[in-house]
Design a protein around this ligand. Structure first.
Ligand SMILES: *[C@@H]1O[C@H](CO)[C@@H](O)[C@H](O)[C@H]1NC(C)=O
Ligand SMILES: *[C@@H]1O[C@H](CO)[C@@H](O)[C@H](O)[C@H]1NC(C)=O
Ligand SMILES: *[C@@H]1O[C@H](CO)[C@@H](O)[C@H](O)[C@H]1NC(C)=O
Ligand SMILES: *[C@@H]1O[C@H](CO)[C@@H](O)[C@H](O)[C@H]1NC(C)=O
Ligand SMILES: *[C@@H]1O[C@H](CO)[C@@H](O)[C@H](O)[C@H]1NC(C)=O
Ligand SMILES: [Zn+2]
Length: 339
């Protein structure tokens, strides 16, 4: 609840930030805490040095920086980098195609490639490299949220639903409401506790077997291919779990019930995967395998990039879907507390 004497300005700022999108604070902080517990000692030193922080939440406390930065004039360009709008056809078919789905302004896949290279690029200086690391930590989280890798209904933002009686939208409950219901809060300590449970599940619990294959698809010399593997993995859940019976089956419905029950195991696993993969990715950066490739665009060479832009022909409905997304802008989610 906002205090009644709050100024109009801060009220609108509050509304702005509360629509902030992406796994909420809880999801991002949890992903970062999981990564903190799996990264190698060399990576701990590297990231703590770059961030100038030895706090016990050195990655978790920067995990949502990117969601604040995108609302500044300086950071507005980065808003489209939090997602890739797969122009697929759920629930009939789900797929992500980099050439088709990553537009001129960039997307989460090109951003992961760009900022992975930039965090290692000594020529850039500490400020830019620090920002690059913060983006990598954040985007490795976002790319595991199925509705951050889907175009339909602006990533579910225009599908109105209720959750526990409150009016919201499908994107927002995947970002925040369902995880917060599971955990019962969204503080840094809630994230720390959730991360500890998921780390135990990965090491010796319910993900011990599955996690063996979670690092498949990582190609140290190709950030685009690696990030596309994660995007495709998350996008498959749009067909299987997010909208198995189509948009109409959830529109206007109360989803704190059977829907929550089917979604929550996927949310838990996606958060666990994101943290585990983030740790592996940062380890690759530190060992030097993810360095800057000279003359590269998004980790691909300039000629490859030119050819791919030239070859894609979008169908009319895809052009319209992309227009709708751009018109919708970077607002994301429904009213709620700040994420
Ligand atoms: C690092 O942090 C310390 C204390 O938090 C501060 O005094 C120092 O100026 C910082 N150094 C850099 C390079 O930002
Ligand atoms: C969804 O809710 C928003 C406001 O909460 C409203 O503006 C919009 O028209 C609604 N959309 C549909 C399809 O009902
Ligand atoms: C993991 O796989 C092994 C061997 O296939 C099996 O014995 C064990 O029960 C599995 N553990 C879990 C948690 O599924
Ligand atoms: C990456 O490495 C693999 C094998 O290690 C090789 O087959 C592939 O061509 C390389 N890709 C790029 C883009 O260099
Ligand atoms: C990489 O990031 C920098 C800094 O945010 C940006 O200026 C540049 O356009 C990006 N390049 C690509 C290819 O995305
Ligand atoms: Zn985000």
């Amino acid at each position: 609840m906002a205090p009644l004497n709050i100024t109009t300005l801060s009220l609108s700022l509050l509304a702005l930030f509360s629509r902030a999108s992406a796994w909420g604070t809880l999801g991002h902080d949890t992903v970062a805490f999981i990564a903190q517990s799996f990264i190698s000692p060399a990576t701990v030193t590297y990231t703590q040095t770059l961030l100038n922080s030895t706090s016990s939440s050195y990655l978790a406390s920067i995990a949502t920086w990117a969601d604040s930065y995108r609302y500044t004039a300086e950071g507005a360009f980065s808003a489209p980098l939090h997602y890739i709008d797969a122009l697929d056809n759920p629930p009939t078919s789900c797929d992500v195609d980099f050439d088709r789905d990553c537009p001129e302004e960039g997307c989460i896949v090109s951003a992961i490639a760009n900022y992975t290279a930039r965090m290692k690029d000594e020529a850039l200086g500490v400020d830019e490299r620090q920002k690059a690391l913060k983006w990598v930590v954040h985007f490795l989280g976002d790319i595991h949220q199925p509705l951050h890798v889907e175009n339909l209904a602006v990533g579910g933002n225009t599908i109105n639903v209720t959750f526990d009686g409150a009016a919201t939208n499908l994107h927002h409950i995947w970002d925040s409401n369902m995880a917060e219901k599971l955990i019962g809060g969204y503080s840094l300590d809630d994230a720390r506790a959730w991360a500890a449970d998921l780390v135990a599940d990965i090491k010796s619990g319910k993900y011990a077997n599955a996690s063996v294959s979670w690092l498949d698809g990582i190609k140290p010399n190709d950030s685009i291919a690696s990030a596309m593997h994660w995007a495709s993995d998350a996008n498959a859940y749009v067909c299987s779990t997010v909208l198995p019976d189509g948009q109409e089956s959830v529109e206007g419905k109360e989803l704190d019930g059977a829907y929550y029950d089917s979604a929550i195991p996927v949310i838990q696993m996606q958060i666990a995967k994101a943290g585990y993969r983030l740790a592996a990715w940062l380890d690759l950066v530190v060992t030097g395998e993810m360095g800057v490739r000279k003359g590269a665009v998004y980790g691909r060479d300039v000629e490859t990039e030119r050819v791919r832009r030239g070859k894609v022909e979008l169908q009319d409905w895809m052009v319209e879907a992309r227009r709708v997304r751009r018109a919708y802008g970077w607002n994301c989610g429904a009213e709620g507390h700040r994420h």
